[in-house]
Ligand binder design. Structure first.
Ligand code: C2E
Ligand code: CA
Ligand code: CA
Ligand code: CA
Length: 278
């Protein structure tokens, strides 16, 4: 019995208990996060290297809980996915981002598009194209100003199903991009079948551009491959002038990162736009 007791402790260490306690806490708290208005969306500017203009934002989710404090999306998105809460949360992000972007259009910033991250769960388990169309109707945002950021994972379980959904969204005028490009696997063979318009070069490749010749080679190869396939490119995680210079030299289309701005609240973004233009 003693032996058993020990092995139980071995398999369930205090650390693991703490971790699962935290996990349960997140599961329970996340259920109420939306209703209790603890979630909000921040917007990170995306800049065209060709025109120097701010041509869009990426909508990023934030969660502030009264006791847990700020919980990072890297921690709570997986919880939202395993509980299915990502369906209602994801729809709320889409609606919030569409309404906000339409308001900016009406303010006169008519170039702005908005990129919304989509979980593979949302892609598989709902009538996504129908939901997206309804949100566009409600918000009066024109479809081409909505961009969905998908990861290579959306096609992993059911490639044909994923392609059908992409075709449907594409036919409705919504644009799609592949997020974290280069970090997943097998995307190359699907690239020509995917109705995506943009590749988003992962920040892990951008980070060490100046010091790592291999990352440099990968970034430049992705850009030239994208060009020959007729796809746009955006680099994320651009933090330094050196990275920016290299991306410019490679004719990357767009950039996003702390070098320009962190993800901003709607009113901070408005301030950023006013400063950018003058
Ligand atoms: P992601 O889609 O790859 O988003 C980029 C992440 O990089 C964001 O982290 C952003 O704040 C951060 N970032 C932007 N510029 C820089 C930079 O110059 N340097 C560095 N080091 N980081 C930068 P965040 O907001 O913490 O989001 C993390 C991940 O959570 C996202 O990665 C995305 O996968 C997920 N996520 C965020 N919001 C949503 C959402 O609404 N729905 C879904 N499904 N996932 C989301
Ligand atoms: Ca993203
Ligand atoms: Ca990314
Ligand atoms: Ca990521």
């Amino acid at each position: 019995a003693k032996q058993d007791g020990r092995s139980i402790y071995r398999f369930f260490t205090p650390e693991m208990q703490a971790r699962s306690g935290r996990h349960m806490e997140l599961v329970n708290a996340l259920r109420y996060a939306l209703d209790r208005e603890q979630l909000h969306v921040v917007y990170q500017p995306q800049i065209s290297l060709n025109s120097g203009r701010v041509i869009g934002t990426e909508a990023l989710l934030r969660w502030t809980h009264p006791e847990l404090g700020t919980v990072s999306p890297a921690e709570f998105i997986p919880v939202a996915e395993e509980t299915g809460l990502i369906l209602s949360i994801g729809e709320w992000v889409l609606r919030t981002a569409a309404i906000q972007t339409q308001a900016w259009h009406e303010h006169g910033w008519t170039d702005l598009s908005v990129a919304v991250n989509l979980s593979a769960i949302q892609f598989r388990h709902t009538d996504l194209p129908g939901t997206v169309s309804q949100i566009l109707r409600e918000s009066h945002l024109d479809a081409p100003f909505l961009e969905l950021e998908l990861t290579e994972g959306v096609a992993m379980i059911d490639p044909l199903g994923a392609i059908a959904v992409m075709n449907d969204l594409h036919d409705r005028g919504v644009r799609m991009s592949i997020d974290d490009f280069g970090t997943g696997y097998s995307s190359l063979s699907y690239l020509k079948k995917f109705k995506v318009s943009k590749l988003k070069i992962d920040q892990s490749f951008v980070r060490d551009i100046h010091s790592d010749p291999e990352d440099k080679a990968i970034v430049s190869a992705v850009i030239s491959m994208a060009k020959s396939l007729g796809l746009q490119t955006i680099a994320e995680g651009v933090e330094t002038a050196e990275q920016l210079l290299f991306l410019r030299e490679q004719f990357c289309d767009e950039v996003q990162g702390y070098h320009f701005a962190r993800p901003l609240t709607a009113s901070q973004f408005e301030q950023f736009m006013n400063d950018w233009q003058t």
